[in-house]
Design a binder for this molecule. Sequence first.
Ligand SMILES: [Fe+2]
Length: 305
Amino acid sequence: MSFRIVRYTDAEQSTSFRGTRVTKLGCYGGMEIRRYEMSKGSILSIDGTKGSGNLRTYAVNSGSCLVVETGEFLGQGDILLVGTRAEYLNLLFQADTVLSFQGLGVNDFHETANDLENLGESMRRIQDKDAYTESHCKRVLSLVAALAASLGIGGDRFARLTRAARYHDIGKVHIEDHILNKPSALTDGERARMREHVYLGGELVKCSFGPLVYNVMVEHHERLDGSGYPLGLKGDAISEDGRILAICDSFDAMTTDRPYRAALPVEEALRILESEAGTHYDPVFTAAFVRMARSDSGGMDNQGS
Ligand SMILES: [Fe+2]
């Protein structure tokens, strides 16, 4: 083969979910070629420790993203080279972005596609059933990503934490509509059933993301003083990532309209978080979250969307 034109329209395989599309254009001479179309706010986690010896390139055709681990931005025309002894990297997209990918000796598209399709299907079901939960998960993802980046969290921990955030309430797909959408207070039985969403969600992602993401998802309603659920864990028994997710989850829940109450203003929600730091929420992470919220729009700009 002396030359060949690879056209997007001839793509072998494509998978997409809510504005994120990954297309395999083909594999030639051991080099896999893909196109990533990433929506603003989404994250691409690259496990550079996998397939060592393989060179991979990600070229930005349009848009921009932040390399979480280094704090550097990639813009149109920039190329990220992932070499043979790479670390785990996360790209956080600042705008709708198109990337061209080339990977020598890379052949794991089916894994990427399966994960996206399985999770995409569950998220589609939750969107049909409960649009609030879907949009809530998306906003909590933005908040967690911004807070984690400000705390210097990167690598596989960032990937796990943001995945837990994106899917933390996905278990509600199994909760009966009359409980999920009840405008008045839940009975004790209904509340117990609703609380099962943490385990149901964890089970849905365990296969794709593993036990560490499961644990963080299951902990998102635990509170420092043991008043949370499902286990009533106290203090350090709750993982740091579970404590981070709890803060972002509560903030978003407070600042959006619910059938049983109107959204609180941002400043009032921040004051509540501060007043419950040490009893419900981790004081160090709460202080970092409040600082981030008051200093700029980091992660807050899609509140209410
Ligand atoms: Fe929840």
